[in-house]
Write a protein that binds this ligand. Structure first.
Ligand SMILES: Cc1ncc(COP(=O)(O)O)c(C=O)c1O
Length: 474
């Protein structure tokens, strides 16, 4: 790091501005918080004072030259990128921009199949021709994680004309994999690698966290600062360090995707998140780690589940409870929620807890909660386990229709079982963590339907607006 990370340029400028008691004859309509109804005002008051617009001296996110440029430069210095973009539309905006910047209609892009839906949406918007690579079923953690090196190698041999590769690292549960070898392989084909590191903004801190994708050679990396660092929801970064993809191209798509009135509190929180991370000391990290190990032990004191052990490739801030088959994960989650303790996510067999970047001080309370949850938990009547390990029989897969063909066709909704052998006009996604069981544009198989039915029976939420499934007409 070359720069002075004690500076917080956007926040400082906004703060100075509030000291001048500015009179607002501009947007936003709350007039520096003066117009805001009732009780809500008490909560919003201080933040509304920072909720400015592009006034003189406050710069412009889409063409930054002053405080926003300065804040982005500080972030670039800390994260060691060539350029860092502040995002006010979450990693969602970053993923869309990366894909759009890489591909014109019909151009190939290799994509990890269990990617976030924003990547899928980027594919559809760009009209690219995706080549999906399936994740491996990771027996150690009993879920799908990442694609293997050999699958990527095979995909690259068949599709060396791909314009980019999109990988997710870490997965939602904080598990990483040897991504460097995959990046090096892609670079040997002169293909850039984009990484959705939405859950890994803190990896730049180094040990005990896994290495960041940017430090391992990725070309563009998106991180949700709001997920693991103290930033406001939607505040994210897009880091660029590539000879393959230009800053101008990414900037072009970001200004298309993102609001022309980006939120100053969000941008200031990105500035503050970088400041927070940059000032973190090794001893603080040690305290956090000790604390998370303590939390892990407490959570592990119930027989109804196991806490998955942490491997060197895992983010230690993520704690995964693997619920035994005699119990329902939904029941476990509801009992925790009854105690006002809210886990991050629930799958058919696991529950994810996330510790923040600070020590947790309510151990006694947690101990009591875990005990009460264990005592109230009842053995479920149906002990069936589901065989999702064979969800993706095709390791490398293309869609049955191009996005342009899909766009031109009409579709109809049919009962789920009648969808078999037709081409899906919508994705069927188990959410969270967002694994697409059926892709939009994919031919529906009996295995797809069986997997969807089983997951649904297990209480997994399938993200669909209506029942049945949309299929394309011939
Ligand atoms: C892997 C992954 N990528 C991207 C996103 C989208 O991030 P954001 O909420 O910052 O838009 C998420 C959200 O959960 C995610 O899990």
């Amino acid at each position: 790091m070359k720069q002075n990370h004690k500076r917080i340029p956007i926040f400082d400028k906004l703060q100075q501005f509030t000291y001048t008691n500015p009179i607002s004859f501009h947007v936003p309509g709350h007039k520096n918080g003066e117009i805001f109804p009732g009780q809500a005002r008490t909560y919003f008051d201080s933040i509304l004072k920072l909720d400015m617009t592009e006034l003189h001296g406050l710069d412009d996110l889409h063409a930054p030259t002053e405080v926003i440029a300065e804040a982005e430069e500080l972030a670039a210095d800390f994260f060691d990128s060539d350029h860092t973009f502040f995002l006010v539309g979450g990693s969602t905006a970053g993923n869309l921009a990366m894909v759009l910047a890489a591909c014109s209609p019909g151009e190939k892009i290799i994509v990890q199949r269990n990617c976030h839906k924003s990547v899928m949406n980027g594919l559809e918007l760009s009209g690219a021709k995706p080549v999906f690579i399936a994740p491996e079923y990771d027996e150690a953690v009993d879920r799908y994680t990442s694609p293997s090196y050999s699958i990527l190698k095979e995909a690259l041999q068949k599709h060396s004309d791909a314009k980019a590769i999109v990988l997710t690292y870490p997965d939602y549960f904080g598990r990483t994999y040897p991504i460097k070898a995959m990046i090096d392989l892609a670079h040997s084909y002169n293909i850039p690698v984009f990484v959705d590191e939405a859950h890994g903004v803190h990896f730049t801190l180094g040990k005990p966290f896994p290495a960041s994708a940017l430090s391992l050679g990725a070309d563009a990396v998106v991180q949700s600062a709001h997920k693991m660092a103290p930033a406001m929801t939607m505040a994210s970064y897009l880091h660029l360090k590539s000879k393959f993809i230009s800053k101008e191209r990414i900037a072009h798509y970001l200004q298309i995707i993102q609001s022309s009135s980006p939120s100053y509190p969000l941008m200031a929180s990105l500035d503050i998140a970088r400041f927070f991370l940059a000032k973190m000391q090794t001893n603080e990290l040690e305290h956090i780690l000790q604390s998370v190990n303590g939390v892990r032990d407490i959570l592990d004191s119930c027989d109804a589940w196991n806490v998955l052990p942490i491997e060197p490739e895992d983010d230690p801030l993520k704690i995964t409870l693997h619920v035994k088959q005699f119990y329902s994960v939904q029941d476990v989650a509801r009992l925790f929620e009854k105690e006002n303790l809210y886990p991050e996510l629930i799958t058919h067999n696991q529950l994810l807890f996330i510790q923040g970047l600070k020590p947790f001080h309510k151990q006694d309370q947690l101990q009591k909660i875990v005990k009460r949850v264990g005592e109230q938990l009842k053995i479920k009547s149906n002990h069936d386990t589901i065989e999702i390990a064979k969800l993706f029989p095709e390791a490398i897969q293309e869609l049955a229709l191009s996005y342009q063909e899909m766009h031109a066709r009409s579709y109809r909704r049919v009962p789920f079982d009648e969808g078999i052998e037709h081409i899906a006009a919508e994705a069927v996604i188990a959410y969270p963590p967002g694994i697409p069981i059926i892709l939009k544009g994919e031919r529906i198989t009996a295995a797809h339907l069986a997997a969807t039915r089983q997951l649904r029976n297990q209480g997994v939420r399938i993200q669909q607006r209506e029942s049945g499934i949309k299929i394309y007409r011939k």
